[in-house]
Design a binder for this molecule. Structure first.
Ligand code: COA
Length: 163
C-alpha cells in the first residue's frame, strides 16, 4: 500500500483538515501529517505549536496517524525523505482548483514519481479555513463546530481571551 503525506500550514488544524485525514486513511495505511515551516505566509502559531496542536486535536478526535512532522524546504524533498509516493490535498471548492493544479504540476515536474491525490472535503466544511476560524475566535465568536476543544483553547490563549 503506498504511503502518503498530507501537507499544509495547519495554522491551526480544523475539522476540515481532520475530515481529509480520515478520508485519506481509508486509502493509505501509512499517513503522516506534514506541517510546513515556511508555507509562504505569516502564521499565528510557530511550527512547533502547530505540530503540538495538531497532535492534540488528532488525539481528542481519536484519529491515529503515523506521525505529525514539521518540514522546511520543498515538499517533494520531504516526501522523498519519508518514502512517500503520494501527496494528499483536500479540495473545498472550485476556487481551490487552480492553486492545487499549479502546485501538483510543479511537484510532478520536480518529482515525477510522486503522485498528488485530491480528496473532496465534506460539504459542511467546504467554507472553512484556518483564517476564518482565527478571525471568528478573535472577535469573540463560537468556533466549537469548526475545531476541536484543544484548538479553541490554544486560540483563546494566543488572543488572550477569557474562556
Ligand atoms: N478544511 C479546511 N480548511 C482547509 C482545508 C480543509 N480540508 N484544506 C485547506 N484548507 C485551508 C487552510 O486552512 C488554509 O487556510 P488559510 O489560508 O486561511 O490559512 C488554506 O486552505 C490553504 O492552506 P493549506 O492547505 O495549508 O495550504 P497552504 O497554501 O497553506 O500550504 C503547502 C501549502 C504547505 C503544501 C505548500 O505551500 C508547500 O508545499 N510548501 C512547501 C514548499 C514547496 O514545496 N513549494 C513548492 C510547491 S509547488
Amino acid at each position: 500500500m503506498p504511503k502518503a503525506i498530507y501537507p499544509g500550514s495547519f495554522d491551526p488544524i480544523t475539522y476540515g483538515h481532520l475530515d481529509i485525514v480520515e478520508r485519506a486513511e481509508k486509502i493509505f495505511d501509512d499517513l503522516i501529517v506534514g506541517i510546513a515551516e515556511n508555507p509562504g505566509k505569516e502564521t499565528l502559531f510557530s511550527p512547533e505549536e502547530r505540530k503540538e496542536i495538531a497532535e492534540l486535536a488528532l488525539e481528542e478526535e481519536s484519529i491515529e496517524v503515523s506521525e505529525v512532522i514539521t518540514f522546511s524546504g520543498l515538499l517533494v524533498d520531504c516526501a522523498k525523505k519519508y518514502n512517500r509516493e503520494s501527496i494528499v490535498r483536500g479540495l473545498r471548492a472550485n476556487s481551490d482548483f487552480e492553486y492545487e493544479f499549479q502546485m501538483a504540476l510543479t511537484n510532478r515536474d520536480l518529482a515525477p514519481n510522486t503522485e498528488s491525490v485530491f480528496l473532496m472535503t465534506a460539504g459542511e466544511y467546504s467554507f472553512l479555513s484556518s483564517s476564518i476560524v482565527k478571525e471568528v475566535k478573535n472577535l469573540g465568536g463560537d468556533i466549537g463546530s469548526f475545531v476541536p476543544n484543544v484548538v479553541e483553547k490554544r486560540l483563546a490563549e494566543k488572543f488572550d481571551l477569557q474562556e
